[in-house]
Design a protein around this ligand. Structure first.
Ligand SMILES: Nc1ncnc2c1ncn2[C@@H]1O[C@H](COP(=O)(O)OP(=O)(O)O)[C@@H](O)[C@H]1O
Ligand SMILES: [Mg+2]
Length: 253
């Protein structure tokens, strides 16, 4: 046992170190963002070819800085884990919120959303933000999988009896996942997308497992993908809530 204890200490330490670094990088990055924005405004009135070229370059820089911020945010979210301020939550409402949020974007890609909420779904004890983020990462992947040809995003919820739990199914009619890819989708930094971070599903899994829940993915290449999330009604057991101290390092400032 002592061996695995050392290993998890080491991982917690590395998590703290990396989290702290990511956090430190965020401040200068936002200074750069603001400064670039001001610089761009300085050039906004001029119409000379030189001004236009400069604006284009500044816009590219802004875009890349923005992207870096996104990467750091995703990293910090993963490294810190869920907040675990637990409260009873209507998961149907939560799903609806996530779907409402992405709907304008999915509509643009010809993706239809269908949601069939279970009427008898009991409230679950969860950290609302964490579960929302976990679901968001899943539906964004579904959206990416259907961006070329459109399709359907079908979400259903269901009450499970023994033990009492809520089951969420998120199905898309997108490109599907090759079997050799499927074995790696929960690996940190694994991504098949040009601009993917590979942190979406690992974060979803971490947050869901911190609630003593589970996530499974099935896929048919060319036909689509089904993600199943199960969350116990009672919420995570006390031992899971306390956490292991790994998320304390990065600070919140
Ligand atoms: N619904 C889906 N349809 C097809 N592929 C998927 C789907 N969800 C996840 N994937 C695959 O899993 C990989 C990892 O997903 P994720 O961890 O969210 O990282 P990212 O989205 O940044 O690539 C994706 O790059 C993609 O290959
Ligand atoms: Mg993703």
């Amino acid at each position: 046992m002592s061996g695995s204890g050392k290993q998890s200490d080491r991982l917690a330490f590395l998590g703290q170190l990396a989290g702290g670094l990511a956090h430190e990088i965020k401040n200068p990055l936002s200074t750069m963002m603001v400064t670039l924005q001001l610089l761009k405004e300085d050039w906004d009135e001029e119409t000379s070819p030189r001004a236009m070229r400069t604006r284009q370059k500044l816009e590219l820089l802004l875009k890349e800085v923005h992207r870096l911020e996104g990467i750091l945010d995703e990293f910090l979210r993963y490294a810190r884990g869920a907040d675990k301020s637990l409260a009873p939550c209507d998961l149907n409402d939560l799903v609806q919120e996530v779907l409402d949020f992405i709907e304008p974007e999915t509509a643009r890609f010809g993706i239809r959303i269908r949601f069939a909420p279970a009427a008898d779904l009991p409230e679950c004890r969860v950290d609302r933000n964490a579960i929302k983020q976990a679901l968001f990462n899943i539906v964004i992947n579904a959206q990416h999988a259907m961006e070329n040809d459109g399709g359907e995003l079908i979400v259903t919820t269901e009450r499970l009896a023994d033990p009492e739990a809520a089951k969420l199914r998120i199905v898309d009619t997108g490109c599907g996942i090759e079997p050799d890819v499927l074995t790696r989708i929960f690996d940190v930094y694994y991504s098949t997308k040009q601009r993917g971070t590979g942190l979406g599903l690992p974060t979803s899994r971490r947050f869901i497992e911190e609630h003593d829940g589970s996530i499974t993915v099935q896929s048919d290449v060319g036909r689509g993908t089904a993600v199943e999330v199960i969350l116990p009604i009672a919420g995570p057991a006390a031992s899971t809530v306390v956490g292991e101290g790994a998320e304390e390092g990065a600070g919140d400032g």
